[in-house]
Design a protein around this ligand. Sequence first.
Ligand code: 13P
Length: 254
Amino acid sequence: MSRRPLIAGNWKMNGLRADAKALASEIANLKKSDTADNCDLLVCPPFTVMETVGTAIEGSGVFLGAQTCHTAESGAHTGDISPVMLKDAGCTHVILGHSERRTDHGESDADVQAQSIAAHTNDLIAVICVGETESERESGNALQVVREQIIGSVPAGASAQNTVIAYEPVWAIGTGKVATPDDVQTMHADIRNTLKDKLGEDAANGMRILYGGSMKPANAKELLALADVDGGLIGGASLKSEDFWAIAQSCPSN
Ligand code: 13P
């Protein structure tokens, strides 16, 4: 089954209005001038620049996403943002369960599943993140840990249309260390098998599974060519338009 690659930029807690506008405009212009059109592009800026970025990418075909959301649609939740607000701000996607949210804010698999359901209810595509720590990999438990995260975080109503999985080994995030292509393919195939058991063949075969963790122009081509890698979730390299674009250009052509 052919899955259209998705290259997603997670800007994390970076970007004041002027830089965000410049970066988003550069990405939008590159996308508009693209003739190959071999992948979808998504940018996930901080909430404070959502409108700035949304305006800068308007009409370019670049998708807009957020980095988390609450489960409720509105109410007394100081500091939180609801999926309805994200939709209203022009978002089509939301990253959920990133390891930095799991660590900094104690988000559990059950929280991520509830957020994903809230996202789906509001017509947002959930980009659900999973990944093992260094000690879990070293002790030989990486596959099992990620299986449990998938089972616990992905809701029963997930489909290839409303959900994307991002495998991000925690030890590879922002460290310059990258999982080997063999380990990445083994993990992605295992994730797809777990999805088959949970959601059925069609959903699992159609669902995009992204790799994230120190993906750069220099290693993107090899990773993106792997059979079960359907794109990338990019942190540091998504903050430079030329690097983000070079990664997008590394997707296999259709
Ligand atoms: P880096 O690309 O900076 O390693 O970050 C990956 C990531 O966490 C994307 O969500």
